[in-house]
Structures are given as C-alpha cells and as structure tokens.
Design a protein around this ligand. Structure first.
Ligand SMILES: Cc1ncc(COP(=O)(O)O)c(C=O)c1O
Length: 289
C-alpha cells in the first residue's frame, strides 16, 4: 500500500466506528487545526502484538490531560479499538497512530471547552524509520531551535504543538543530507532528536540526557532497563554539547526509530560499535518476544 495518506484503501477507527479510509475526514473549523489542541501516539505492532500497548494508551490519555481535555474512551476501550483497526486491515506488523483532538463545535477561538473531543486510530505498514541508517549510522544536523522550558509548554505531553520545531528542524537537516536533527535544550544541554531520544557510550558506560524537558520515551525507558540488566552503568544526566567530542558510540531510541545507530552529529563522528549493535539486536528480539 502506498500513495498519499488520505487516498488509500483500508479502514480507520474514528469516534467508535470503523470507517472507510477515504471517509476519515474532519471539518476545516476543527479546533485542533487552528490551535494545536491535538495529542497522538506512535506505536508498533510486531507479530500481532503492539509493543507497550497499554503504556502508549495511558500516555495518550495523560497527554490530553496536559492539554486540558479528557479522551472519552478508557485505556481498555483504546486497546480494543487499536486491535480492531489492525484486524480490519489484516495487519500483524504495522505502525499504529492514535490521535485525539478538540473537534469543531460551538467554540471557534482559543477557548474551546464545549467542543467535542474526538479520537481516531489509523495504521500503516512501515519499515526502517531512517532507511539504511540502521547499519551505517544516521547523520544528524544540529537544530537551530531549542527544546523549550517546562515552564513554557507541557513538555512531557506528546502533543502536536511540540512538533512545529521538529518539522522545520528536520526539513533543514534533510536539505543538508542528514537524516535528522539533534536539539539542545533551553539551557544549552543536549536534549533529543526530532522524534527519538539519544544515548552515548564512553569507556564502557552509557550516558543519556535527563528527560526533564522532553518526552521520556517508552523505548528510552526500555533500553535503560536492558542496559542495567546487562550490568552496565547508565548515567541519566545533563550533557554539554562539548562532550560530544569524547563519546565513542551513539544511538537513537524511539518507537519509529527503534534502536538506530548514529554515525555523525555535526562535525563529530561515532563508530557503530559492539554495544550499539548488541542493544539494537536485543531490542529487535524483545519487541518480537
Ligand atoms: C519528540 C520525541 N521524543 C522521543 C520519542 C521517543 O518516544 P517513544 O520511545 O515512546 O516512541 C518520540 C517518539 O514518540 C518523539 O516524538
């Protein structure tokens, strides 16, 4: 299946019903279109089982609460809906995209408490997020934008508004031949990529930015657990950009990225080393276990 994302065969779960793909539409005066009142999840189903499915559904509901709206479906109902969508499309291996938003209603301004909250769950078949970077190591640009302070925006929500600078940063990176961009945060510390968290290796120990102003990814948490189970030391801490020079290995983690080695960030280079390969392979086994 390919082509534009609004012009495909298949089914999408929308507000409690399975609808034909091309009929899953919203009105132009949808609040979310104008004011970014939208939250979403990215999940992957492997061999018929969505990895960390409940955790994703719980995060979706929590993200909505950060934006001051309540999704009118329980975690159990969201779980059922995701698997119904997969079944209706005949998929056992797919990316799953749940999205909840404030729809069109009596309010069309900043305040929108009376507008209905809507939920859709779609999916598609998707391979490697960074193409062949899984083997060679992705090349990252450094974004001119910074991850914002928790005092300026709900940084722990997976909310559409937080992706505005991700899209512009990724466009700038791709124009330079890079696959993604790395953000520093508002204090100047290394933060994350546009849709993935980051890890570094030095002298057999692992370092990863403290998730105090960006999404503490489910993959990040899983990988930290895997590393600790191997007896490795993981430092979750503030990392200065000058430290990039001293790190030997680097990888990204995320539902879409899985564990993707990084070969270059700006002028700094990293080897796709043994630990990077091991964690990447272990993660692939874990999600299919
Ligand atoms: C900005 C951002 N950071 C980190 C992540 C990684 O999160 P997860 O591992 O839960 O997919 C994602 C992906 O959802 C993301 O979009």
């Amino acid at each position: 299946m390919d082509g534009a994302y609004d012009d495909r065969d298949g089914k999408i779960w929308l507000d409690g019903k399975m609808v034909d793909w091309r009929e899953a539409n919203v009105h132009i005066l949808t609040h979310a279109m104008h004011y970014a009142s939208s939250v979403f999840e990215g999940e992957r189903c492997y061999n018929g089982k969505i990895f960390k499915s409940r955790e994703h559904s719980e995060r979706l509901r929590k993200s909505a609460q950060y934006l001051d709206f309540e999704i009118p479906y329980s975690v159990d109902a969201i779980e059922t809906a995701k698997y119904e969508m997969l079944k209706a499309n005949g998929w056992t291996d797919a990316y799953v995209r749940a999205v909840a938003w404030r729809g069109a209603g009596p309010d069309m301004g900043v305040s929108a408490a009376r507008n209905p909250v809507r939920l859709a769950i779609a999916g598609w078949e998707w391979g490697n997020y960074y193409g062949d970077a899984k083997m060679q190591g992705a090349k990252l640009d450094i974004s001119k934008w910074k991850r914002p302070s928790p005092e300026t925006i709900p940084v722990h929500a997976k909310a559409a508004g937080l992706y505005m600078i991700c899209t512009t940063s990724k466009h700038a990176a791709e124009a330079k031949g890079c696959s993604d961009a790395l953000f520093m945060d508002y204090r100047g510390y290394v933060a994350e990529a546009t849709g993935a968290n980051i890890f570094f290796v030095k002298d057999g120990e692992v370092h990863t930015p403290l998730a105090d102003c960006f999404l503490n990814g489910l993959t990040r948490q899983t990988v930290i657990g895997m590393l600790k189970d191997k007896g490795l030391t993981v430092h979750e801490r503030h990392i200065m950009p000058e430290e990039l020079e001293g790190f030997e290995q680097c990888w990204l983690t995320g539902t879409a990225a899985e564990v993707t080695p990084v070969g270059q960030i700006g002028d700094y280079t990293f080897e796709v080393g043994a630990l990077t390969r091991e964690i990447s392979e272990d993660y692939e086994k874990l999600v299919r276990a």
